[in-house]
Structures are given as structure tokens and as C-alpha cells.
Design a protein around this ligand. Structure first.
Ligand code: LMR
Length: 329
């Protein structure tokens, strides 16, 4: 009978035992909130391809796009807990861990991509990247998305007066709140994965995002107006769980870093390409009324928002603001 098998002793498995590496690859979960056809989504997939190739399958990367695994808040918590190994949140969303990163939301801080990339090379930014160590997160790379634009559903946003009484979705943080307050508008922090519904249902009237996020989230279906202002940045810090990374052999660590460096080059190319492609797509779609503000119109916004720098200097630090301004020279 079955009960006689093994006679109460554990069955021997010696003949089927194999070294762990041969049977089970090390799984790296990479969770993000945007679609797969964005710069971040494509680069996450590129990283997977490169790392699996370089480690001959010893490491396996599982990419979860579109908040499938975790939304904004959860991905950050789960990355610290080690339940997901890599995330690439928008910089702003790290405000709870280090409020200094809100430099990214200072209005009209960077004139172009070049200035942003230059700032990322600065000592000030390296310190920011390392500041997440104490939260079990190691900064691996900076990935751009692009400049933010305003969209809304009520009226074209051409002057600060047009913002009065409207409510906007923000990613996180006091600087974005102050930006909208300065314009006489309200704001609410809403997770990226819930923003389309919030816009559709009129919980908020508008939002700010890059051309590519507006395009790939199909905000053109629920927002009538887009103002091209380039007033702020949306970029990412790629973070890996510290304990996980430190537990890898030096060879595997090297493969992670090399794959990330290659994926980062690719991400930058994609961000620049898709930013333009998405604007074209939005124009071609014909659903939104798109207005490029003139330098004079933008000047009005810039002047109105200038006090935000003084208001947040002590929170963000003079060192970080100066480094960003220097990079823009
Ligand atoms: C947003 O919440 O608008 C963005 O941070 C989403 C993203 O990851 O690009």
C-alpha cells in the first residue's frame, strides 16, 4: 500500500538534486507604471534582454508594465521590502524619502535636455542618488522622459487666469502643490494608474505630463486642451534593492551594471525620439486643441512662479538648486 512507501523516513532526493543555479535562475522583478511602448517600458525590456544574454540565463528578468504588479505607492514600498527588485519611479515620487529631489519640479529650471543630463553628472545629483541607500535602495541610473505640458478639459490654458478654479492631478509633493496654488488652481495627488479615470470622471479638470505619457495614456480621449509650456521635467531614477544587489556574485553585479548602462543609452535615445513622435501623434489625432505658448506668454508664467524658488530653497537646498542652474548655463 501507499502508506508503506518510505516507512516514515523522508524520501531520498540525492539522485535528483542539482546545484541551484542550474535549475532556478535568479529572478529580477522590474515593476513600472507606464505602458511597454514608452521610453521607460522599452528600456526595461531592453535591460531584460541584455541581462539574460550576459548571464546566459542565470538571471531572469520579469518586467511588469502599466501598474500590473504595483502602483506608485506600492512599488516604492515593495522595492524597499525586496518583493520587487527594480523600479524606475518618476523622481518626484521619492519625495517622502528625500524632499530635496523636488528640484525636478521647480518651474522652468532646465531650458533643454542637455542641461538636465549635465545636472545628472553633478556631485549634487550623485549625492541625491546615494541618499536612498538608507532606504535599502541603490540608485543605478537616471532615465529621462521629457518636459511636462499642461492639459485640461475646460478651456485653453494660455494665461495664469485660465487656471483659476480648476483642479489638477499631481504626481506628489509640495512643490507641485505650490505651483498650482500660485496659479489659483487646486490640486490632488493621484496615482498614475488612476489618473485616466479621474480625468474622465471629472474628479480633476486637468493634469501635467510629457507628450509621451499623454499620448500613451490616451489622455486625448478625456482632455480637450494641451498647452505646450515645457514648464517642468519628468524623469526617472532607476533603483535596485540593496540587499538583493549586494547578495549577487561580483560577476552578476557586473552584468547588472553593464546591462543597465546599455539600457540607459537606449532609453535616452527613445525618450528623445518618442517625445517628438508623440507630439506628432497627438497633432495627427486631431482630438486635442494644441497651443504652443509664445515666449511672451511663457514669461508671464515664469515670473508668477518665481517665488517658488525662495519658498523651497531650504527644503531642496541651495547646493542642489545651484548645481541645476549651473548645468543650464
Ligand atoms: C506620472 O505619474 O505622471 C508619471 O510619473 C508616470 C511615469 O512613470 O512616467
Amino acid at each position: 500500500s501507499l502508506t508503506a512507501v518510505g516507512c516514515g523516513t523522508k524520501p531520498s532526493a540525492t539522485t535528483t538534486d542539482k546545484p541551484a543555479a542550474e535549475v532556478a535562475p535568479i529572478v529580477v522583478k522590474f515593476s513600472h507604471v507606464v505602458t511597454a511602448d514608452t521610453p521607460k517600458g522599452k528600456a526595461a525590456d531592453k535591460f531584460k534582454e541584455l541581462l539574460e544574454q550576459k548571464t546566459a540565463g542565470k538571471m531572469k528578468v520579469e518586467v511588469y508594465p502599466s501598474s500590473q504588479l504595483y502602483g506608485d505607492k506600492e512599488e516604492l514600498e515593495q522595492a524597499q521590502a525586496g518583493n520587487v527588485q527594480i523600479i524606475a519611479p518618476s523622481i518626484t515620487k521619492l519625495v517622502g524619502l528625500n524632499p530635496k529631489i523636488q528640484y525636478v519640479d521647480l518651474p522652468f529650471l532646465f531650458p533643454d535636455n542637455k542641461a538636465v543630463y549635465k545636472f545628472w553628472e553633478s556631485e549634487a545629483n550623485k549625492k541625491l542618488m546615494n541618499s536612498f541607500d538608507k532606504f535599502s535602495l541603490k540608485g543605478l541610473a537616471m532615465w529621462p522622459n521629457g518636459f511636462k505640458q499642461f492639459t485640461d478639459n475646460k478651456r485653453p490654458l494660455l494665461t495664469p487666469e485660465d487656471f483659476k478654479g480648476l483642479k489638477f492631478r499631481t504626481q506628489a509633493g509640495k512643490v507641485l502643490e505650490a505651483q498650482f496654488k500660485g496659479l489659483g488652481a487646486g490640486s490632488a495627488t493621484i496615482a498614475f494608474g488612476e489618473t485616466y479615470a479621474a480625468l474622465q470622471q471629472g474628479t480633476v479638470d486637468g493634469q501635467e505630463n510629457t507628450f509621451n505619457n499623454i499620448d500613451t495614456q490616451k489622455y486625448q480621449e478625456v482632455q480637450k486642451y494641451l498647452s505646450v509650456t515645457n514648464h517642468g521635467r519628468l524623469d526617472y531614477i532607476v533603483l535596485i534593492n540593496n540587499t538583493f544587489f549586494n547578495g549577487l556574485t561580483p560577476d552578476l553585479q557586473k552584468a547588472v551594471l553593464e546591462s543597465m548602462a546599455e539600457a540607459t543609452k537606449f532609453e535616452i535615445e527613445q525618450a528623445e525620439l518618442l517625445d517628438k513622435a508623440s507630439l506628432e501623434n497627438l497633432k495627427k489625432g486631431g482630438k486635442m486643441q494644441i497651443t504652443e505658448l509664445t515666449p511672451e506668454q511663457l514669461g508671464v508664467f515664469q515670473k508668477l512662479m518665481e517665488p517658488i524658488y525662495a519658498e523651497f530653497e531650504s527644503m531642496i537646498s541651495k547646493e542642489v538648486i545651484d548645481a541645476a542652474k549651473n548645468a543650464s548655463k
